[in-house]
Design a protein around this ligand. Structure first.
Ligand code: MG
Length: 427
């Protein structure tokens, strides 16, 4: 909380219709908050970033009425980690959605940071900076100096068919493009949104409620990677950024994992979350899914974050017969909390029988979903030991895995150059 006694919550607005997203190959796809960005829904990636900000205590999410159930289902399993307090039904306009979310923020909370659900690449530090500014000034708006030369385009007088014409050049020296988060004193925001509603004012962002009332709003320098995903092209750009084009490729880490369990009668045989038809199964405290255990250790190993035994001790009754795929999802969440982004997995399952080939597709999908990466980045290979050793004799089942993880994938660009260099005129 940065040494301040003031409490701060976040509001995530994800109640838009997302019409511009529903073009081309996305026309029949899920609604925007649920569209996957590199294997993990946009809304969850946004909430990941907020959860990593030390400044935000709890978050309220506003979604469209028709998305409430889907949002509950999506966020549910990760709700505590993401510190989501409430999921509320948004309104027809952004300002109504924010007002409804604000009603779920307790009065003891001094500050709120409002953020677009469709800005998943936001650096967590922007929340800290926006909230610090709101503590000083009462309101702040993360924004970025406009880099391009701006033209005023006049509508043609000659009717349809003639091209748009440039009517002049606009002085951009004082123009900044608004992003989010935008942070405010909670009570002021509630009062101003109420006033704007009574006046019938249509606000395109939240800081506008303050500037139209003549109140100061501090501009907090934003980041070029904090893009709003509005169209399929934006999604492709966000995927490129996440894939490490500019930042993440600086630091790629690799980890390996290995596990083996005895095979005994009366136990289920589970590999990569898929139960196999077998008279024997893995003996162990959890579901004895050696493949998932190897994957967990490879991910933790890549990040030097310990191993499965220290995280989920087999002396803890909580993990008796535990679903290892759930533990894997938990590990992926811990990695993201620590600033890592899983990139790819390669697993070799060492098992004499039954044949795994018919199940490989389902196995890849289960691992991909749990880790939050695209299915094509997960490889599952099956091998027998040709009768050699305990695995070959059908007495044990083993697996080895390799994970590639990006570090610093959501690290901010250096603060000094995040806006300035873009605004300099090329000479
Ligand atoms: Mg194990």
């Amino acid at each position: 909380m940065g040494g301040s006694e003031q409490r701060a919550w976040a509001i995530v607005v994800a109640a838009g219709q997302g019409k511009r997203m529903r073009t081309g190959p996305f026309a029949r796809g899920p609604r925007k908050p649920f569209v996957e960005l590199a294997g993990r829904p946009i809304l969850l990636r946004t909430l990941d970033a907020i959860a990593r900000s030390g400044a935000v205590e709890r978050t309220v999410v506003a979604v469209a009425a028709g998305d409430l159930a889907a949002a509950e289902e999506l966020i549910g399993p990760e709700r505590e980690r993401l510190r989501v307090e409430a999921i509320v039904e948004g309104g027809a306009r952004r300002q109504e959605s924010v007002a409804r979310a604000l009603a779920a923020v307790p009065e003891e909370v001094d500050l709120v940071a409002v953020h677009d659900g469709a800005r998943p690449l936001v650096e967590p530090e922007l929340f800290d900076r926006a909230l610090d500014a709101a503590r000083r000034t009462g309101a702040s708006c993360v924004s970025l100096p406009v880099g391009e030369t701006l033209k005023r385009v006049d509508r043609s007088e000659e009717g349809a068919g003639s091209p748009p014409m440039i009517g002049g050049t606009v002085d951009r020296s004082r123009l900044w493009a608004a992003q989010t988060p935008q942070a405010f004193r909670r009570a002021d925001l509630a009062r101003l949104l109420d006033e704007a509603g009574r006046d019938g004012a249509h606000l395109t962002d939240d800081a506008q409620a303050f500037d139209r009332a003549g109140l100061p709003v501090e501009a907090v320098p934003g980041s070029p990677r904090n893009i709003k995903i509005t169209t399929p092209e934006d999604l492709a750009m966000a995927e490129a950024i996440l894939a490490g084009g500019e930042v993440g490729a600086r630091d790629v880490r690799v980890g390996t994992g290995f596990d083996i369990h005895p095979l005994v009668p009366g136990r289920r045989l589970v590999a990569c979350g898929v139960e196999l038809d077998s008279p024997v199964g893995g003996e162990g405290h959890s579901d004895a899914d050696a493949a998932v255990h190897a994957v967990i250790d490879s991910l933790l190993g890549a990040c030097a974050m310990g191993d499965i035994g220290t995280l989920f001790p087999d002396t803890d009754p909580a993990y008796k017969d535990a679903d290892s795929v759930k533990l894997l999802a938990d590990v992926a969440a811990r990695l993201r909390d620590a600033g890592f982004e899983p990139r790819s997995l390669d697993v070799t399952v060492l098992l004499e029988r039954p044949k795994l080939a018919p199940h490989v597709g389902e196995m890849r999908a289960k691992l991909a979903r749990a880790v939050g990466i695209p299915g094509e980045r997960v490889s599952v290979k099956a091998k027998t030991m040709n009768g050699v050793g305990p695995v070959g004799e059908g007495k044990a089942y083993a697996a080895q895995a390799t994970a590639v993880v990006g570090a610093g994938g959501t690290e901010p660009l250096s603060r000094g150059d995040s806006g300035r260099s873009r605004t300099e005129t090329e000479t």
